[in-house]
Each structure stands twice: as C-alpha cells, then as structure tokens.
Write a protein that binds this ligand. Structure first.
Ligand code: AMP
Ligand code: GLY
Length: 419
C-alpha cells in the first residue's frame, strides 16, 4: 500500500510513526512533513493548503490511502477532491467538516441533539451582540464562527474586553471567519479532549486526554497550539466515558448522517468537566495536536487497520484495543512562541533518547548536511509511556532534559496536577 499523510506537525509525525509499523505499507509519503517524517516517509514539498496540488500528487504517486491531519484542508474540501479521483481518504468531507468550520453550525446541531454545551447565540451585527453580552452576569466568551488558526476564541476578563472583541471580530479581524461571532456563557471546570474514530455511523472512543494551551507554567500567558498533553485524565472516571461518547459523538454522528453529511475520520469534542458533568466547548473534525502524540502510542491495534475500517464503514466489526499505560507528552518550543521567534537552531541530543520514548517532530527541518534544525514555534513533543502518570511524567522530563537547542522553552508542569 502507498499511503500519504497530509500535514507537518507532531500529530502527522505520530501518524507516520504508527502507520510505519504496518508491514502492508510499502511506501509512506508526507506532505509537507518535517525532519521526523523524513526518516519514515518521502516528504513531498506541498503545503497542506494546496488542495489541487495535493490531489494531483496523490494521483501521480498512486496513493491507496490518504490521511489528513489539519482542519484547513478538510474544511476546504481536500477529502472531496481526493474522492473524486477515486482515492481513499481518512477524514471528513467538507460538508461534515462544518462541525469544526462553523461554530454556529455546531451550536445549532448541539441544541437540536440535546448535547450539553455553553448557552449562547450567534450574531452578524454589533448592536444585538453588545446587548447580548450585557445580558450576562459575568463576561461571556466571544468566538469567531469560522476557522481562525486557533486564535478565534477570546475568554475576556472584563465586559469591556468582551465588547471590544466582538467589535474587532465583526469589524473583520479574521476576515470571513469572523463575519459571524458566537457569544456564550463562560464555563468553569477542567478541560478534557474526547476523540473518537468514526466510520460514518459508528463511534469507537479513544482514551481521553488533556492538553495545555497556555504558554507558561500554571496556565499563564497567551494561548498556543498546545504545550503538552497527557492521557488519561484522573478526574473523569473511565466508567463514565462510554455514556459520554454515546451522548456526544453518537448524537453528532447521527445528526450529520441525517443531513447527508456523514462524518468519517476522527471526531474530537473539547469538554469542560465540572463535578463529573461534561459540557462541549468545541468540536474538531480531526485529531488534536498534541493529544494525538499521547493517545496513539496507547493504541494496540494497528492504526492502519482502524483507519481502513473507518474508510470502509466497518468499524463496528473492528476491535480497537488500547494499552492501560499512561502517557505524558512535553512540547519543546522556540523562545518567543506563540509570538515571533528565531529558527534554524541546531537540535542536539536526539540520539540520547531512551528507546521506548518517542520524540515527535513539528517545526524541524533537515539541512543539506543532514543536521536537524528548528523551523517553527512548536519544535518537538517528547512522549513517555509507563504504568502510571507519575512514572510517565518523570521519564518524559528526564528525556526532555537531554535535548537542547538555542532558545528551547517548555512547560515544567505537564500532568503535575494529577500527581
Ligand atoms: P475552542 O476553540 O472553542 O475550544 O476554545 C479554545 C479554548 O477557549 C478552550 O479550550 C477553552 O480553554 C476556552 N473556552 C472556549 N469556550 C469556553 C467557554 N464557553 N467557557 C470557558 N472557556 C472556554
Ligand atoms: N489541542 C487542541 C487542538 O488540536 O485543537
């Protein structure tokens, strides 16, 4: 089989690492990939936003299965484009990807399906938006309806900030993506990521995980793409999860199927958990990053087998087994991230890592001399697996300290709250 992974982050390196273990795969490609995927796959220099170029490359390379990582190409119809060319794809169509690409759509779907979520409404004009903001007792959350590269959510500290955010978004801060804003109540609690494999009808839960969005220890500083993650969270009893997936993912998948937009791929619900009750903050139409880096190392069944079952609508008959071990992943980033930062810094220590610890690359590239250098904000995720979170955490940090590049930053508190 010839398999193409689309994307260039730690999530996509993790896909490549897991897929590479299947002997059926004769050639793996990654577009555009990074220095980590280059060791497992042929990197094709095509950005994940170039739908036509990716579809053409998939035909040229006679791809049997494509796996799409990021949301932007999903929302732009990459799956549809590949299917038109008779290429099998793991990932939702453009119509099903709306569950992430429009927060208003997701909200109306949740309302109709009776899924617990933050109370709110959407607006395309400032005046009613301001009136709605003032109807809350504490400042509500303001969100751009569309995709804004993870920057479209403001959790304001004051009403002034809420009003200003609504004005900025409706005034075009995120272009088309913020022509509509969603304003909703601010929920409290602990966040967890609930991802599932979906084949159009059937839902197979993955273990829960938690990511750390803020750049600094103790959740201070700006939001990032994710500075670390662990699995499983201790604050949601595993007994409660089948019910949770049935009530949330099961409902969404049924609703999308009923609208002739069946969802196939990975469906991710971002949850706020408060005293055992979970509310949905958002849906993503894809695997999370860095959640993937801590969840897929726990998958015992071959990832290729599960993904193929999803694309063929036979997930119900496919056992999906998980390790009981815990995992902790720590992201190493470039100083300055998520603002501006320098790149091109040589990365040292990658061969000093324990054999059973994984280093998933994101912003890395190979120089002509074969050296690995930094090329992005998030550079690496170091992932350790062990029988307990405490051991996994200790081993992850022990290995993190062996890696070094100029301006390397990382959070010291990933999974600390569980120990
Ligand atoms: P989203 O992209 O919708 O998940 O939002 C990004 C982050 O904003 C979430 O992970 C939460 O930390 C926060 N957030 C979003 N919606 C809410 C809400 N209704 N209440 C509190 N925090 C929220
Ligand atoms: N880690 C959050 C996301 O992938 O959207």
């Amino acid at each position: 089989m010839r398999v193409l992974v689309v994307g260039s982050g730690g999530r996509e390196h993790t896909f490549a690492w897991a897929l590479h273990q299947s002997p059926q795969i004769e050639q793996l490609f990654c577009a555009p990939g990074n220095a980590g995927t280059a060791a497992l796959a042929v990197n094709l220099p095509i950005g994940s936003e170039r739908i036509d170029a990716l579809a053409a490359a998939a035909v040229r390379e006679r791809i049997d299965l494509a796996v799409i990582g990021p949301e932007a190409p999903l929302a732009a119809g990459l799956v549809d484009a590949l299917r038109e060319r008779d290429i099998r794809v793991f990932g939702p169509t453009r119509a099903a990807a709306r569950i992430e690409a429009s927060k208003r759509f997701a909200k109306s779907l949740m309302e109709r399906a009776g899924i617990r979520h933050a109370r709110g409404r959407s607006f395309h004009e400032a005046r009613p938006a301001h009136a709605f903001i003032d109807s809350f007792r504490t400042p509500p959350v303001v969100k751009a309806d569309g995709l804004a590269a993870g920057k479209g959510v403001v959790v304001p500290a004051t009403f002034e900030e809420a009003h200003a955010s609504a004005d900025a978004m409706l005034g075009g801060r995120f272009g088309e993506a913020s022509e509509i804003v969603v304003i909703e109540e601010r929920l409290a609690g602990l966040e967890a990521s609930a991802m599932a494999f979906v084949d159009g009808r059937q839902v197979q839960p993955m273990p829960l995980s938690c990511d750390y969005k803020r750049v600094g220890d103790g959740d201070v500083g700006p939001n990032t793409g994710g500075m670390g993650a662990y699995s499983p969270p201790g604050f949601l009893p595993p007994e409660s999860t089948p019910r949770l997936f049935a009530d949330i993912h099961g409902q969404v998948v049924a609703a999308l199927a009923a609208r002739d937009a069946p969802f196939q791929g990975a469906l991710y619900a971002g949850l706020m958990v408060d005293e055992d009750a979970a509310s949905v903050l958002e849906f993503n139409c894809r695997f999370g990053d860095p959640e993937t880096q801590v969840v897929l190392p726990r998958l015992r069944t071959a990832l290729l087998t599960v993904m193929e079952a999803c694309t063929e609508g036979r997930l119900a008959a496919q056992p999906v087994e998980w390790s009981e071990d815990a995992t902790v992943g720590v992201v190493l980033a470039s100083d300055g991230y998520p603002g501006s930062y320098e790149t091109g810094k040589p990365i040292h220590g990658l061969n000093a890592i324990d054999d059973d610890v994984q280093v998933f690359h994101a912003g890395t590239r190979l120089t002509e001399e074969g050296a690995v250098v930094t090329s992005g904000g998030r550079v690496l995720t170091v992932v350790a697996r062990a029988p307990t979170l405490a051991e996994a955490r200790a081993r992850a940090y022990d290995n993190v300290r062996r890696i070094d590049f100029a301006g390397c930053i990382y959070r010291r508190d990933i999974a600390a709250r569980e120990i």
